[in-house]
Design a protein around this ligand. Structure first.
Ligand code: PLP
Length: 227
């Protein structure tokens, strides 16, 4: 696994260099969904610190069993159902998948009840794919405006899952348009402080995503193997 991780880190650095930034400017989230706590520990020993999970129950079991590692962090990258909010607790340093005013309202109230301030990303359905989660671009202004007076969820940026293509080059234009949207939102909404995360890029397309502006990649298969 160490070899695979080193290979990914080198490819991240190379892609970052092509955009004129450093490899360390790109955060690697190792997507450990379906893999065991032992697998996560192996990746931790190889130097990784941030892990992405998509199912809350599964995540919480692993998080509990790794709680002796004080500097490990978990991100929630999957869809969050409002009836499962109570499984979030303070387990996640970042939630990538806020995609509606309804969810944002419920989540804010939940974290208010915990006395916790939770950092989140807004998941965008850029090209209006019908079965995909994410806020449509024409509804993003309403969602962001609704976040202005929410004290317990802090928007840190945008997250994007592109349409599936065999050739990652086909998504270059979508990654580029996500970056434009990200830059526009930053300029338009002055209340957004530290709105500086653009989460896009997975095992098969992270280099293109970084070249087009991503600064957080979510990589599973290329680190842990096939699920
Ligand atoms: C599973 C998953 C990934 C990782 O995908 P790989 O192709 O295995 O790298 C990234 N992001 C999200 C939201 C996922 O659910």
């Amino acid at each position: 696994m160490k070899k695979r991780i080193d290979n990914i880190l080198n490819r991240i650095s190379d892609a970052a260099a092509r955009r004129g930034i450093r490899g360390s400017d790109v955060t690697l989230v190792a997507v450990s969904k379906t893999f065991s706590a032992d697998d996560i520990y192996e990746a931790y020993e190889a130097g990784l610190r941030i892990f992405g999970e998509s199912r809350l129950q599964e995540a919480n079991e692993k998080i509990a069993s790794l709680s002796n590692l004080s500097d490990i962090k978990f991100h929630m990258i999957g869809h969050v159902q409002t009836n499962k909010l109570k499984l979030l607790g303070s387990n996640f340093s970042l939630i990538h998948s806020v995609d509606s005013i309804y969810l944002a309202d419920k989540m804010n109230r939940y974290f208010e009840s915990l006395g916790r301030v939770q950092e989140i990303l807004i998941q965008v359905n850029l090209v209006n794919e019908p079965q995909k989660h994410g806020i449509k671009t024409e509804e993003i202004d309403l969602l962001i405006n609704s976040l202005a007076d929410k004290k317990n969820i802090i928007p840190r940026g945008l997250m994007f899952i592109p349409p599936f293509y065999d050739d990652p080059e086909k998504n270059r234009i979508n990654f580029r348009n996500m970056n434009k949207l990200f830059e526009n939102v930053k300029v338009k909404y002055q209340f957004l402080k530290d709105f500086n995360i653009l989460s896009m890029g997975m095992s098969d397309d992270f280099e293109v995503a970084i070249e087009e502006g991503s600064n957080m990649v979510r990589i599973g298969t290329a680190i842990f193997g096939r699920r």
